[in-house]
Design a protein around this ligand. Structure first.
Ligand SMILES: C[S@@+](CC[C@H](N)C(=O)[O-])C[C@H]1O[C@@H](n2cnc3c(N)ncnc32)[C@H](O)[C@@H]1O
Length: 149
């Protein structure tokens, strides 16, 4: 269940999951192009914030080829779907991304698609999330609901 302080507008129902599947197929080409343009290749660790059922997490992993990738989402239901469909070097963590402490190892790449509009304050805490690595990047770009740091 998503907390009431950070309520995800579309919920976690089967209909919401189907909507995310449609969204994923419609936006795959744009997301792929964005990652080609902005994504560093072969980082150590990439994080997909607000990963939902893992479509973006798997795409991020496939495109950037990090050693490992972590998807973070506040919905246990979407994370269950994500885990089922993903390979071994992709992990998932249930967490509200606006809350500290952040529960993963520091990342070289932070990515999100269609998350920021669902947060009470856009970008809340992102700087701190990515700050643990010497190779951490400054924000690179945001377009059509996509953001990478
Ligand atoms: C529109 S979906 C996008 C899912 C995925 N990024 C994609 O593009 O397929 C937004 C996701 O953000 C998650 N979410 C919303 N608020 C959140 C928060 N505060 N912390 C973590 N996840 C959150 C929702 O559970 C949902 O899975």
């Amino acid at each position: 269940m998503i907390s009431t302080t950070n309520h995800y507008t579309f919920g976690e129902t089967d209909t919401a999951a189907q909507r995310l599947a449609l969204l994923a197929s419609a936006y795959q080409p744009a997301t792929q192009a964005f990652l080609e343009e902005w994504g560093p290749s072969e980082p150590e660790h990439a994080i997909d914030l607000g990963c939902g059922p893992g479509y973006t997490t798997r795409l991020l992993h496939r495109m950037l080829r990090p050693r490992w990738t972590t998807g973070v989402d506040a919905s246990p239901r979407f994370l269950q779907d994500a885990q089922r469909a993903s390979e071994e070097d992709i992990g998932f963590v249930c967490h509200d991304v606006t809350q500290e402490p952040f529960p993963t190892a520091p990342a070289d790449v932070l990515f999100c698609r269609f998350l920021l509009t669902h947060l009470p304050r856009s970008g809340h805490g992102f700087a701190r999330m990515g700050s643990g690595r010497p190779t951490g990047r400054a924000p690179l770009g945001a377009r059509n609901g996509l953001a990478a740091c």
